[in-house]
Design a protein around this ligand. Sequence first.
Ligand code: AMP
Length: 414
Amino acid sequence: MASKYQAPRGTFDILPEQARARARLEAAATEIFARAGYESIATPAFEDTALFERGVGRSTDIVRKEMFTFEDKGGRSLTLRPEGTASICRAYLEHGLHKQAQPVKLSYLGPFFRHERPQAGRYRQFHQLGAECIGTDSPLADAEVIMLLSDLLEELGVPAVELRLGSLGSFEARRAYLEDLKAHLHAHEGELSKDVRERIDINPLRAFDSDDEGTRGVMESAPTIVERLEGEDAEHFAEVRALLDGAGTSYVVDPTLVRGLDYYTRTIFSFVCDRLGAQSEIGGGGRYDGLIEQLGGPSTPAVGFAAGIERILLALDEEVPTAGRDAFIAIADAGQRPRAMALAVELRHAGLSAEVDLAGRGLKGQLKHANRIGARRVLILEADGNAQLRDMESGEQRPADPGKLVDEMRGGNP
Ligand code: AMP
């Protein structure tokens, strides 16, 4: 019977059959992060609103339209975290991680919240996994975080993935470039969509992201920053590319690549999967050398990425079968209940997955249930203290040694 309550718009429940594919993904990510020395960090699900305004940027869609902001009982403005990097940089400064040996390499995984229009692959509560390498401007770090995500997608078997790579240059280079870009946009104002026109001076880069035909035409002749990179910015980008080439990681340089957050400098990247339809980006990130200083800390270069767990699962579109159970203890006589429970606990302590009938089924019903949950062996406890061992795959049944039931269930044939 359906309840009159439903999960809020843009949210979803993760049922056990979906949780399995998710657990596989999370285990693979945790393993890849650990092997590269990216230790796990967890930050609160909400933060001071000002952190995101400052850290993500007031001109971004996220801050302008998408934050779940509320006032707590003490009159403080709080916001459910829309992304992870600003919070991690806050924690890095708050706990003095900048005084430790650098870089500090961190990874995370958890729920994030954006008030977006829900559609396939876009939710109001979604999950990201990500990594941040804070405290170095070495191109090796850029290449390393990019390869963490490409390794993960490869290991999981995500099909049809393309890595797009760009560079925004340093803050100064970007500032000079943005003036030229604004001039180009102003010169073609009449051909731009309303949304882009209104934001020429606030966030001109977003014009590259527009679906509007007129805007796209204007952007074809727009100057790009990649073609104008100079000096150390150009060297940095060349080295990141050389490192990826050396590692055999394929990519395309996309001079029109932009990202939805204000804090990026130099390297930016995006992994897209053409099987995902409109929301085709699986994950992305880049370098954010100015962010920590902007949050009040010392000037600290950093690079990282975030990937959407739901997008990866959608691209994989796989069902992970249940692992089944090693053992099911069937109770042929109610007097055997205490023994059944004790045995189930003993088997679990021995590392086996074991279940016991909790629903008062008859023996036939219990065997049917054992089959349903994928039990490999069933132990039938009989009234006289004897037991039968049934192999569910072959259907064979034989008396079990009552003194060695755990060994019997472990598969050792006495
Ligand atoms: P961003 O933090 O905007 O760079 O996004 C990083 C990744 O998070 C994207 O590539 C998506 O895979 C995922 N993502 C962002 N917003 C959403 C959303 N509303 N619903 C589901 N996934 C999202």
